[in-house]
Write a protein that binds this ligand. Structure first.
Ligand code: PGA
Length: 220
């Protein structure tokens, strides 16, 4: 497993945007998308490129379980940073937790491309350390470390939701292609453990080593 180190955040964003742009040329493309600070540059770049998203379906990796948050929900994040700027059909946008419409990705939905960030504890989506590699989409309790990490997006740590619905590791791994993005020196150590260390449920991202079509992009 190779970690491809890019010059800077701009290059990371445009390299991944090239892969998304290619994916959007496939018939009825299906993408799994992340939130967080890492994909912000990518989404900006994709908006600037004015691509055709009209036949695309997207599945977001996770969503908080908390009806009181508005501007911090991942739905709001995705609307503001991507969806309201592109020509997606609203009916083709899925979020974890939309239980009425959430298709079970493990059974038959062929996702062309899954984009991921990595948490400081090695989580992908909200699959925290200890998550089974066979896990399905489900409700989870967030770890203290993740709550602390995410408090930067909230007025105070007490406002951070403690539960979320996350796509499981099994549906993530069933994607045809996976891209893992990491931005910043503070991610380097966990990224190296995940990509070069033991494959262990203590570092959920380490399962990605077993995927046959996976690329990892990093910048300082
Ligand atoms: P970040 O989060 O992109 O804000 O660093 C990544 C993650 O926790 O999955």
């Amino acid at each position: 497993m190779e970690i491809k180190t890019l010059k800077n955040y701009k290059e990371l964003s445009s390299t991944v945007a090239d892969i998304v742009e290619y994916t959007l040329t496939l018939p009825e493309p299906k993408l799994i998308l992340p939130t967080g600070s890492t994909p912000l540059g990518l989404y900006k770049e994709l908006v600037n490129r004015q691509l055709d998203w009209s036949t695309t379906t997207t599945y977001n990796l996770d969503e908080y379980v908390d009806n009181t948050i508005q501007n911090q929900s991942y739905r709001y994040f995705m609307m503001e940073n991507l969806f309201k700027h592109i020509n997606m059909d609203d009916d083709n946008i899925y979020f974890s937790g939309d239980t009425a419409v959430w298709p079970d990705l493990s059974y038959g939905t062929e996702v062309d491309l899954c984009l991921l960030g990595i948490g400081g504890n090695g989580h992908i989506a909200f699959n925290e350390p200890g998550s089974s590699f066979e896990s399905e989409t489900r409700m989870v309790d967030l770890t203290e470390e993740t709550i602390k990490d995410n408090s930067r997006f909230f007025p105070s740590i007490n406002d951070v939701p403690t539960q979320a619905v996350t796509m499981g590791l099994k549906p993530i791994m069933s994607s045809k292609k996976i891209i893992l993005m990491a931005n910043g020196k503070h991610k380097k150590d966990i990224l190296e453990q995940a990509m070069y260390g033991d494959i262990t449920e203590n570092i959920p991202a380490s399962v990605l080593q077993t995927h046959t079509n996976m690329e990892t992009f990093y910048c300082d």
